[in-house]
Write a protein that binds this ligand. Structure first.
Ligand code: ADP
Ligand code: MG
Length: 692
């Protein structure tokens, strides 16, 4: 039994727990775990059922099992194939039957386990030749030699925690064990009546049962409670944000019919009903003397830009300026063209300018002067807008495109460019399901564009098996022969930009040497200086096949591109794949989206097939959300919420119920001052997770 330092409290940093080394502290911080409280609130997302220890003779291929025995051989080895570092070992049970063990790329195992050690291992059993069994990368635990003492941390039910490199679920379990006595000292931030109405466990009990459940039910009840509490805190935060924004003044932008008539005449197409509805909602908001804070939620290609342009036209008519910030230069330039096309003809005095960091100093100076003097009505740009000293004479409307790429601070800096608060419009890159929008962006009002402009041909989408890769290349070739262009997206690697750039370069070289030596190819990635040049040549049709990292994900428009081939498609989120697909099929020609999986497992292919069968971005996003709620997925936390919270959202009514509960509390206690525990939790949330 570990004896805790009596001064330990939930707010103590994790490093005060036994066996948390400085490196571990860093790794935990990467998971958002700074304090003992954070650790306790970090519940496992699933369990492996290894069962009680078995004999080697009882093992079955393809099952999970625990074995206790003695190490009879162990040695590090470098495999010739791929130069992997292996540790190979054999374990003998008390009947002297042997089980082979192998660990890949975990060279430290050979330093931790020695011949003669009593250990327990748990993992997936694989039958090898000659009736032997093997476990690959099994969990292991050195037993302390007391006779008959079974494993403490592994075997039976093994928790699976979200991890980062260098951490294991076993390590985390050990620390959680040490911290669990403090669970009683976690104070419950949920008001008791709320808890009772929803049948939720008290916090300390949820923490204990979440880490050490006795039944399946214990664990799911623990998670339900945690998910609810997280959503409740978030809604409380949003309520405060909404209230504080409503108390701020903004310059009203009055509605003018003549402006909207001129805008529509100059567009060259009819707005869809959904676009018109969103436009109206925006006009109603900006006519008020308090700042608009609105999310324009729509599918890829639904025409959000035109709606934003209508807002800019109205602001201009009221004598106010607008600014549009996009995450990449490529996108900012494309916006420049679109906004000019939508606006400059119909509104002769309305000038649109671009501000990006690759422009010459003189050009940037000119644009800054135009913004500061009020001569230019709309500035489109990148981060350069906030990084450089850009001032506006009178900013009325701030728009952020692909808003998930910007943090709260960046958005705040953009809004700070106004004299008062400008009206604010955010446009997500991919559609967000309603419940998720409320849960995640609850401080904003939401407009939904749930229909695409008419006349789009659906993109033919297919999951391509690894051995059919040549067929995919053949399609690229045929399309290019017909004068079309293709994208090849490189897999997502969760490492530095540098590593990503290197692997994209290698793929580009392989393709241009071995596969398409006769085609005009180019490479584009985040670190490339000539990004815009390359993109411009692709748009101009000088490049036939563009090999790209996820940078093209952001909405570039190349109507002549008809093939989108995604390598390592299983590593991307469904919504992101949908976004890629949206890059083709922008013209009239038949287009194709080919998804190649690195991991050809059934589950991974089944997930990808959702993209082939579902074309509605909102529906696909809902599926994505459901899968993320299951927690196993890479990047589950990308939405800034735990998978408990994502899972709780599967009941769509819940978010409305939670909002109602928050309103009920606020009816008598608007600032939560009468609920100090809740207030403390809200403040912690505001400090830790940047709500973006
Ligand atoms: P997103 O919502 O993905 O940002 P965009 O605003 O880039 O979509 O619009 C995609 C394309 O559809 C653009 O070329 C745009 O000009 C065109 N478009 C937008 N609205 C309509 C419409 N109502 N009818 C026809 N084309 C439209
Ligand atoms: Mg867009």
């Amino acid at each position: 039994m570990v004896v805790l330092n009596p001064r330990m409290a939930p707010d103590s940093p994790v490093k005060e727990l036994p066996k948390v080394k400085p490196m571990d502290q860093k790794r935990l911080a990467a998971l958002g775990i700074l304090t003992v409280r954070d650790l306790l609130l970090h519940l496992p997302f699933g369990w492996d059922r290894f069962g009680d220890p078995k004999q080697v003779s009882e093992l079955q291929d393809g099952t999970l099992a625990t074995i206790v025995g003695t190490i009879v051989r162990i040695a590090p080895r470098i495999s010739k194939y791929k130069r992997l570092k292996l540790t190979q070992a054999a374990l003998a049970d008390d009947a002297d039957d042997e089980l082979n063990l192998v660990w890949f790329n975990m060279p430290w195992v050979a330093g931790q386990l020695h011949r003669g050690d009593q250990v327990a291992v748990a993992g997936m059993v694989k039958a090898t030749r000659f009736g032997h069994f093997e476990m690959r990368n099994p969990h292991y635990e050195l037993l302390d030699g007391r006779d008959g003492a079974g494993p403490k941390y592994i075997g039976g039910l093994m928790p699976k925690y979200h991890l980062v490199k260098g951490l294991t679920s076993k390590k985390l379990s050990g620390w959680v064990d040490a911290a669990l006595p403090l669970a009683d000292r976690l104070e419950d931030e949920l008001p008791q009546d709320v808890r009772e109405r929803h049948g939720l466990l008290p916090l300390s009990e949820a923490v204990r049962l979440g880490h050490k459940p006795e039944t399946e039910d214990d664990w799911s009840e623990a998670r339900r409670r945690m998910g609810f509490a997280e959503l409740f805190e978030l809604q409380a935060v949003f309520a405060l944000m909404r209230a504080s924004l409503a108390a701020e003044p903004a310059v009203p932008i009055p509605y003018r019919q003549d402006v909207i008539d001129a805008f529509k005449r100059g567009l060259g197409f009819e707005l869809t009903t959904a676009q018109r509805r969103s436009m109206w909602e925006i006009f109603k908001d900006i006519a008020k003397p308090t700042p608009m804070n609105r999310l324009l939620n729509g599918d890829v290609g639904s025409g959000k830009t035109a709606v934003a342009a209508a807002g800019a036209a109205m602001a201009h008519a009221a004598g106010l300026q607008s600014v549009v910030m996009a995450p990449t230069e490529i996108l900012a330039r494309q916006h420049l063209h679109k906004f000019r096309a939508y606006l400059e003809q119909s509104f002769p005095g309305l000038t649109v300018e671009l501000l990006v960091s690759s422009q010459s100093a003189a050009e940037r100076r000119r644009v800054r002067a135009a913004a500061a003097s009020g001569h230019c009505a709309l500035v489109v740009g990148t981060h350069a807008l906030i990084e450089e000293d850009v001032e506006f004479a009178d900013l009325g409307l701030a728009v952020v495109d692909e808003q998930h790429r910007f943090g709260t601070r960046q958005r705040e800096l953009l809004r700070a460019k106004g004299r008062g608060r400008p009206h604010f419009l955010a446009m997500p890159a991919t559609p967000i399901p309603r419940t998720l929008a409320l849960a995640r962006y609850g401080e904003m009002s939401v407009s939904v564009i749930d229909e695409l402009p008419p006349g789009r041909t659906p993109v033919e989408t297919e999951v391509v098996a690894p051995d059919e890769r040549d067929r995919a290349y053949e399609l690229v070739r045929t399309q290019v022969r017909e004068g079309r262009q293709a994208f090849v997206i490189c897999p997502l690697i969760e490492e530095s930009e540098k590593v990503v750039a290197r692997s994209a370069t290698a793929e580009f070289e392989r393709l241009s040497k071995d596969v398409f030596p006769d085609l005009k190819m180019a490479l584009i990635h985040g670190r490339l200086k000539e990004k815009d040049e390359v993109m411009a040549r692709f748009v101009a049709g000088e490049i036939q096949v563009l090999v790209a990292t996820a940078v093209v994900e952001v909405g570039v428009d190349v109507p002549n591109a008809t093939v989108m081939m995604v390598e390592g498609a299983d590593r991307f989120g469904l919504a992101q794949l949908h976004q890629f697909r949206g890059r083709v099929g922008r013209g009239a020609a038949e287009s194709y989206c080919l998804l190649l999986a690195d991991d050809p497992s059934e589950a991974s292919v089944r997930r990808l097939e959702l993209v082939t069968s579902i074309r509605d971005g909102f529906k696909l996003a809902l599926e994505d959300m459901r899968l993320r709620g299951m927690g196993e997925l890479l990047g589950a936390r990308q939405h800034g919420m735990s998978d408990e919270a994502m899972q709780a959202l599967e009941r769509p009514a819940l978010i409305d119920e939670i909002r109602a509960e928050v309103d009920r509390v606020r009816a008598t206690d608007p600032g939560f001052d009468g609920h100090p525990l809740l207030k403390a939790a809200i403040i912690r949330r505001l400090e830790q997770t940047s709500i973006s």
